[in-house]
Design a binder for this molecule. Structure first.
Ligand code: PAF
Length: 291
């Protein structure tokens, strides 16, 4: 176990960061850590001389209809987990430090933020891009680690890194799944037992479309219809969107000529889950099952 410094102010963070060896890897989080986050920190640990993480429930990425106050907070456990996984420094700022009174400077990544998650969560990616840009500025990481589960977040951050010229590499780590295929998410804790039993339908729907693709199916409409048909057989699942899109622009594909991102958001009661499979460089990235 490394001895981890906890910085709750910008000054403390700058002080701790100065003594960190390079290359420096950053894992931004909103806490409520699970095995998916641990996979990010482990990967950063394996590739970098020192590792920083942030624990900050970012108000700017929550819509007015989304309950910021109910977001799971497991601060002490998160710190223990980060320490045990080998983080060197963790930043735990107060919202007033990140967004001081009169704050009005936001980062907007236009087109990539609009479809899919962006269509149902207006302003969400503006909040994500703004906090991630601020974290990049204060940590100056050489590498920054994000989960494949949030595929649109990855596309938004990659675009921002290119457009603003942040001198760092974005590393995308595979989704971690339960044994039945459900992608790990802090939101899984909200599912009732019946909803939890129903939730692996996302994985089954993605698997069915990937199998059709592997048999030679290249029609975007057909792949979307395949996913919808599997979801329609689960009465507790209410699809929000189902997509077969270009992984970089997130534009829906008519015919798939190369890479494709299959993704979806599905409601179970008041809980909204997302998941995806990515076909890139001739192979599927579908995640890793636990256990
Ligand atoms: O993926 C998350 O947990 C958040 O969106 C992030 C990247 C930490 C920004 O608040």
């Amino acid at each position: 176990m490394t001895s981890m410094k906890v910085a709750s102010t910008l000054d403390e963070l700058r002080e701790s960061r100065r003594s960190c060896a390079s290359p420096f890897g950053l894992v931004p989080t909103m806490g409520a850590l699970h095995a998916g986050h641990v996979a990010l920190v482990r990967r950063a640990r394996a590739e970098c001389a020192s590792v920083g993480a942030s624990l900050f429930v970012n108000p700017a990425q929550f819509g007015s209809n989304e309950d910021l106050s109910n977001y799971p907070r497991t601060f002490q456990r998160d710190l223990e987990l980060l320490g045990a996984t080998g983080a060197n420094v963790v930043y735990t700022p107060r919202a007033e430090e990140v967004y001081p009174p009169g704050f009005q400077t936001f980062v907007t990544v236009d087109e990539v933020s609009r479809p899919l998650e962006g269509a149902s969560r207006p302003g969400h990616f503006r909040g994500v891009a703004t906090i991630v840009a601020k974290l990049f500025l204060v940590f100056s990481p050489d590498r920054a680690y994000f989960g494949q589960k949030d595929a649109q977040q990855v596309a938004v951050i990659r675009r921002m890194v290119r457009d603003l010229g942040f001198p760092l590499t974005v590393v995308v780590v595979p989704t971690v799944r339960e044994r039945d295929g459900l992608a790990l998410s802090s939101r899984n804790a909200y599912l009732s037992p019946a909803e939890r039993t129903a939730a692996p339908v996302l994985f089954r729907a993605l698997s069915a479309a990937a199998e059709a693709f592997d048999r030679g199916e290249r029609s975007g409409d057909w792949l979307r219809a395949t996913m919808k048909s599997v979801l329609s057989r689960e009465p507790l699942a209410e699809p929000v969107y189902v997509s077969a899109a270009d992984p970089e622009t997130l534009g829906e594909l008519g015919e798939v000529a190369g890479d494709v991102l299959l993704s979806m958001a599905v409601r179970f009661g008041s809980t909204r889950l997302i998941d995806n499979f990515l076909f890139e460089r001739g192979r599927w990235e579908t995640g890793i099952r636990e256990g």
